[in-house]
Design a protein around this ligand. Structure first.
Ligand code: C5P
Length: 215
């Protein structure tokens, strides 16, 4: 198997409101993006790392790492990355999730032995409620899962799934694209360290994990 890691980092990170998109912000001794790159480079099961970057942000790619230019929506960036890869399996990862424990990669690669796709998931601990016209109405959380990245796929399967995707809809991850095309996507245990950095306060939690060597 030739296994690639595809890190999408071409988003604008608007909810963060910082001077640079969140994936390039400082974290620990490097940047958010550099942490994710390093986690894949350190794993023996990953043969190549490709970053998808927005035009003009090429200088933010860690030295020696290959990069291609992304698109308007996340799925456009994923497609651009997939087109630039030569591999049998691919782990697609959000740069906004910098702390990536090696055991999660181990579990994903093991699951790919039989399934076309595998995703890390965690249960929902909070109460969920509607914020719109149904304000306050509680959504039963039993059976609900938080789906993280990296998401692992057979390369041929995820390429075909993205080709088949109805462009009227905007997918928030790749597992839903694979499932819509009929591929089997199994779940493996996720990790709280993989939490996506979305708001400024999320950085403090990530710094604390780094300082405590919880990743
Ligand atoms: O905005 P959100 O946090 O959902 O983005 C998830 C990931 O997808 C981020 O790492 C972001 O940089 C990436 N992305 C991208 N190209 C886009 C939009 C988002 O690579 N056009």
């Amino acid at each position: 198997a030739r296994t690639a890691a595809l890190i999408v980092a071409a988003g604008r990170g608007e909810r963060m409101g910082g001077a640079v998109p969140k994936q390039f912000a400082p974290l620990g001794r490097s940047t958010v993006l550099a942490h994710a790159v390093a986690a894949f480079q350190a794993h023996g099961g990953i043969d190549q790392v490709l970053v998808v970057i927005g035009a003009g942000h090429e200088a933010q790619v860690p030295a020696g790492v290959r990069a291609v230019i992304g698109g308007i929506e996340r799925r456009d960036s994923v497609r651009a990355g997939l087109a630039a890869l030569d591999c049998t399996h691919v782990l697609i990862h959000d740069a906004a999730r910098p702390l990536l424990p090696a055991p999660v990669i181990d579990r994903l690669l093991a699951a790919l032995g039989t399934a076309a796709g595998a995703v890390p998931v965690l249960p929902v601990a909070d109460t969920l409620a509607h914020g719109d016209a149904l304000l306050g109405a509680v959504v039963p959380r039993a059976g609900l899962l938080r789906v993280q990245t990296p998401q692992a796929f057979r390369y041929d399967a995820i390429v075909a799934a993205h080709e088949a995707w109805d462009d009227a809809a905007t997918p928030t991850d790749d597992a839903q694209v694979a499932r819509a095309a009929g591929y089997d996507v199994v779940t493996v245990e996720g990790d709280n360290a993989l939490e996506k950095l979305t708001y400024p306060q999320d950085f403090a939690a990530a710094e604390a994990r780094l300082a405590a060597r919880l990743v």
